[in-house]
Design a protein around this ligand. Structure first.
Ligand SMILES: [Zn+2]
Length: 220
């Protein structure tokens, strides 16, 4: 495994393989997998183990169904040829996000959150977790914030750094509710992230206290 990158841990990948993750987290894992051959290989091993286990445990019809579902999902992850010319979507956008995007990141209805940040909500899952894209301008800061639940981020374009280090395209970052951090996009280009938050973000910087009621309203 390439240690210079940031990856989902084994438990998350196993839950993804078993199909037991909420949609929001599964989207983040999928987006990461499209950039990370190491995690993709690990997932394929997990899928094989899961498939064999199912065959041993339930040799009846149900196991075939489950096995086929696993194999289908594996096929769809591996198959690079399923995008036809009819599909005009920017190929740099992860395939798991194509269902939310017409053509390019620019085609989305971005909303201004702060001078440095625009966001667009893609969906919410059954648990109420919010799936959104964040766009941070070059050198821009997402201000210091904490969250009520875990925050999952996958860097889709550009890079950002925070107190823990530098994160690059494809990196998968999890911050717990108690982690206070200040992501800052690198100067060379804007940074676009897939972000999942399980609860309202609490901005803790001085000016952003003013923002909090607005942010919270988004979750009402
Ligand atoms: Zn990985």
């Amino acid at each position: 495994m390439d240690k210079s990158r940031t990856h989902p841990d084994y438990e998350l990948l196993a839950a993804y393989s078993a199909g037991s993750l909420p949609l929001s987290q599964a989207l983040c894992i999928s987006a990461h997998l499209e950039h990370c051959p190491d995690c993709m290989r690990q997932l394929q091993r997990l899928n094989r183990v899961g498939s064999e286990l199912m065959q041993q445990l339930k040799p009846a019809q149900a196991s075939d169904t489950l096995k086929n579902r696993l194999l289908d999902s594996l096929d769809s992850m591996v198959d690079e040829d399923d995008e036809t010319e009819e599909n005009p979507i920017d190929p740099s956008i992860p395939r798991c996000l194509h269902q939310f995007i017409d053509s390019s990141y620019d085609s989305l209805a971005w909303k201004r959150v702060s001078p440095d940040i625009h966001s667009v909500e893609l969906c919410r899952d059954a648990n109420g977790a919010r799936v959104e894209l964040l766009k941070i301008k070059p050198g821009g800061s997402a201000t210091t914030h904490t969250h009520l639940g875990d925050e999952y981020t996958v860097i889709l374009e550009g890079s950002f750094s925070d107190e823990s280090g530098l994160y690059r395209q494809g990196d998968f970052v999890v911050k717990g509710a108690s982690d206070r951090h200040t992501p800052v996009a690198t100067q060379d280009r804007e940074c676009i992230c897939l972000a999942v938050t399980e609860g309202p973000i609490q901005f803790t910087g001085f000016f952003s206290r003013l923002l909090n009621p607005l942010i919270r309203r988004g979750y009402a």
